[in-house]
Design a protein around this ligand. Sequence first.
Ligand SMILES: [Zn+2]
Length: 303
Amino acid sequence: MRVNHSYLDQFRLLGGAALSLLLLVATVVPGSTQAQRRTRAGVQTSHSRDRTSTEAREMVEVASETVCNERVRDPRGSIPIDDMQSRPSLPVDSPEALAGAQRAQRLLPAARRLVVASLKQLSRDYNVSGTKGFDLKIQRAIARVEAVKDVRPDMDSRDNASVLMRNPRTIVFGTIFLAGLPSDEAMISVLSHELVHIADGSQDNLKTLFRAVAGRASSLTGLKIRDQRAEELTCDLVGALATRSYVAATPSYEALPQRISRSLEHNCVDTDEGDDDHLSPRDTIRAILFLRPALSRELVYGR
Ligand SMILES: [Zn+2]
């Protein structure tokens, strides 16, 4: 999902020629770039760190393990994206795809509201509101989110969701992806991710915010997060925040860690590979938990 997903995202940014080049490059050298990135991250984490940061790291590790343990226990846990990738295509009229499409369409209005609120909150948290031009851009971004009307299930999109910028009112959702997210929480998270791409649009409405989030995430994790990686991470962060707000607004008897985990479980992969546009799925979980220590605490302590 992630690989193709990124190409679909890239397609809107760069156009078809660059897409072909990206496909070619990714086909030829995936192993080597991955190894280099791991080495770099390893070097950085081996530096001595102060006590607080060691504690923060341990907390993030325990919390991210909690997410993936919850997934295994939860009858409505998400399917990891590497597992989705290996599955056969699923017809649009299969019961799982239909259920997923209905869930996505039902939750779209809530996801729109939650994304707008999360974007406003993050803009305040990262001190980017009030800066030159940003307030106008975020208004534009919000208007784009509010204009999204449909989710279109698509068998050929398999385990991807995507948005074509020439039709920013529709999120195209692969049927394997729809079927792989069997909880409202997971669906809110992924819908929110796509809505942030739409919000940014081709005018880079949210670039300042993406940079601010990525700068903070880089300093906390030691990972290199720039350009498209910054956008993807912010999309995932908004997904997690929107889901947390959704959980707060819809009380249930299910345990808090179980519900929060669902927003991140699709990243609980066995094959943990990133690319130029995405952190690896498990690093994505870690980065989000570093950025939101309150989420880590709730996952670990259950409140
Ligand atoms: Zn994306």
